[in-house]
Design a protein around this ligand. Structure first.
Ligand SMILES: C[S@@+](CC[C@H](N)C(=O)[O-])C[C@H]1O[C@@H](n2cnc3c(N)ncnc32)[C@H](O)[C@@H]1O
Length: 214
């Protein structure tokens, strides 16, 4: 079954990365949404993962960020850099040290230097990327060797902005798709898909990998 899925993922049709709404992302994200996109159970699960995986005192890149990063309150990080689509949301994020408004679907190159970060996170957002492998390659560049990448996802989304393939897959298959993208990027160790992170409310799954050692 897994082999069949991998074969299908290797050979996705061009339409797999189309969205119902192909208008500019800048338009969709032009007004701030100061809301949470998953419930408190799923947020708590994200925070637990971050507590386990993100290095205390490290430089963290929260990609596709908003006004909340779900980082554990009791842990101090050396830097939290935010990249997202809405300046007001990013400016309101109490954990952010700096932010950049940057459309990854127009320009997957990240506006950061090589080896700038000790860890990166993408929370309930990877499904909006039309060029996920290019962005993951860039993450491999800006992260230091062995740095963790923690990608979380749920069953909630803005359906008109999600790539078509995402909507065709089950929750578990979405994890395999993300792991496949990470594998295609070629810069990370084998990704692990983690399920069962919530036992009530919104489901929360994670795909976690580390940059390969030098
Ligand atoms: C559902 S929200 C999740 C926000 C945040 N990560 C959280 O956990 O609440 C999706 C986020 O993806 C970001 N995003 C969507 N399309 C993007 C794009 N083309 N380039 C960069 N970020 C994008 C938006 O800024 C938005 O904040």
């Amino acid at each position: 079954m897994q082999r069949l899925l991998n074969q299908l993922l290797d050979d996705l049709p061009p339409g797999a990365y189309q969205r119902q709404d192909e208008s500019a992302d800048a338009m969709f994200y032009s007004f701030p949404r100061l809301v949470t996109h998953i419930d408190e159970h799923a947020i708590a699960a994200v925070t637990r993962l971050y507590r386990d995986w993100l290095p205390t005192g490290g430089a963290i890149l929260d990609l596709m960020s908003s006004w909340v990063s779900h980082l554990p309150e009791e842990i101090a990080y050396g830097r939290v850099a935010l990249l997202g689509m809405n300046a007001q949301e990013l400016a309101a994020n109490p954990r952010g040290n700096d932010y950049k408004v940057h459309d990854l679907n127009l320009e997957p190159t990240l506006p950061y230097a090589d080896d700038e970060f000790d860890a990166a996170t993408i929370c309930v957002s990877i499904d909006y990327l039309t060029r996920p492998v290019e962005v993951l390659k860039e993450l491999g560049r800006v992260l230091k060797p062995t740095a963790p990448l923690v990608i979380t996802y749920s069953n909630r989304c803005f359906p008109t902005k999600v790539v078509a393939v995402w909507l065709q897959l089950s929750l578990a298959e979405r994890g395999q798709l993300v792991a496949h993208w990470i594998d295609q990027a070629g810069l990370f160790s084998v990704a692990q898909v983690v399920d069962g992170l919530t036992d009530q409310g919104d489901p929360l799954l994670a795909v976690i990998a580390r940059v390969k050692p030098e």
